[in-house]
Design a protein around this ligand. Structure first.
Ligand SMILES: Cc1ncc(C[n+]2csc(CCOP(=O)(O)OP(=O)(O)O)c2C)c(N)n1
Ligand code: SF4
Ligand SMILES: [Mg+2]
Length: 299
């Protein structure tokens, strides 16, 4: 894969994320890929704080803070206003957390996707409501500790399959990404920018505060998530063509990923075996979809 990430920085230093947070890393790559002709809509989340207090901003593009539930509808309105002004080529990007996407903003996102509005929606997924104190969301994985799923009552439901939900809208482009594979992430953003219509990117975003992980290990965690197939890198075109972008040569056991995170420290060996079984099953289902879409499995 060629190294084609631009040198130009569209994020200033001095943002206010916690050390090691995956969310500003993801934004940095996203803005480098999309360029300055981008209007950014930030939904209530950690990123509302990371961006800095008005009149300061950590990003060098126009930025609109939006209410929690409105990422899809605000983007639709901004795009329409830009078109009225003859600015059809300006990229509109909504940036929202998992709470703002999987849960609270799902209706507005679904409606915008069904209308096939011309925008990119990026969900940076740290798997809980981090900004308000690590509450469980429907993106929180099975077994994880959060402040609303304490150790004696960890989460008993699986993570919602948001990519499947977006693919079911038959939008032109849906993809997953992580900051451990920046070229892959960049390619996906460039592809999304080149397509008219609704595009959805699901980006895993390690949160050292909420995952109880080492700040220096966020990129490592992002890589292990892909290599273990906890978070595979793939894309779905028009809801039916599945392509796996990174095939782990040898799948890393999920235990390697889990053990670096205090939020899973209470899990018993049989819990980890259960997680491994679930991950294996989901990976096989994904491989089957990619093969059915015409992709060859690498030797
Ligand atoms: C309607 C509404 N309810 C609650 C809040 C408080 N609130 C602000 S950010 C946030 C958590 C957001 O979680 P998520 O979308 O996962 O983003 P993260 O903070 O994890 O980055 C909440 C509950 C709000 N701003 N608006
Ligand atoms: S709480 Fe987590 S997501 Fe929020 S800024 Fe800190 S590390 Fe990032
Ligand atoms: Mg979150």
């Amino acid at each position: 894969m060629s190294y084609d990430i631009k040198q130009e920085e569209l994020m200033y230093s001095g943002h206010v994320a916690c050390p090691g947070c995956g969310a500003p890393m993801a934004m940095r790559y996203a803005l480098k890929a999309l360029g300055e002709d981008t209007v950014l809509i930030i939904v209530a989340s950690c990123w509302s704080i990371i961006a800095g207090p008005f009149p300061y901003s950590a990003v060098r593009v126009p930025l609109l803070h939006s209410a929690f539930a409105t990422g899809g509808s605000v983007a639709s309105g901004v795009k329409a206003a830009l078109e009225v002004r003859g600015l059809e080529d300006t990229t509109v990007m909504t940036w929202a957390g998992d709470g703002g996407t999987f849960d609270i903003g799902l209706q507005a996102l679904s409606a915008a996707a069904e209308r096939n509005e011309d925008f990119i929606y990026v969900c940076y997924d740290n798997e809980a409501y981090m900004n308000t104190g690590i509450q469980r969301s429907s993106a929180t994985p099975w077994g994880a500790w959060t402040t609303t799923t304490p150790v004696r009552h960890p989460k008993e439901r699986p993570k919602k399959d948001m990519v499947a939900i977006m693919a079911a809208h038959r939008i032109p482009y849906t993809a997953t990404a992580t900051v451990a594979y920046p070229e892959d992430f960049t390619q996906k953003l460039l592809k999304a920018k080149s397509i008219r219509g609704a595009k959805f990117l699901h980006v895993l975003s390690p949160c050292p505060s909420g995952w109880k992980s080492e700040p220096a290990q966020s990129v490592l965690l992002s890589r292990l998530a892909v290599q273990s197939a906890v978070f595979p890198l793939y894309e779905v075109e028009h809801g039916e063509k599945y392509t796996i972008n990174v095939w782990p040569r040898e799948r890393v056991p999920v235990a390697e990923y889990l053990k670096l995170q205090g939020r899973f420290a209470h899990l018993a060996p049989e819990d980890i075996a259960q997680i491994q079984e679930n991950v294996d099953r989901e990976w096989e289902k994904l491989v089957a979809k990619a093969i059915a879409s015409g992709q060859a499995v690498p030797a």
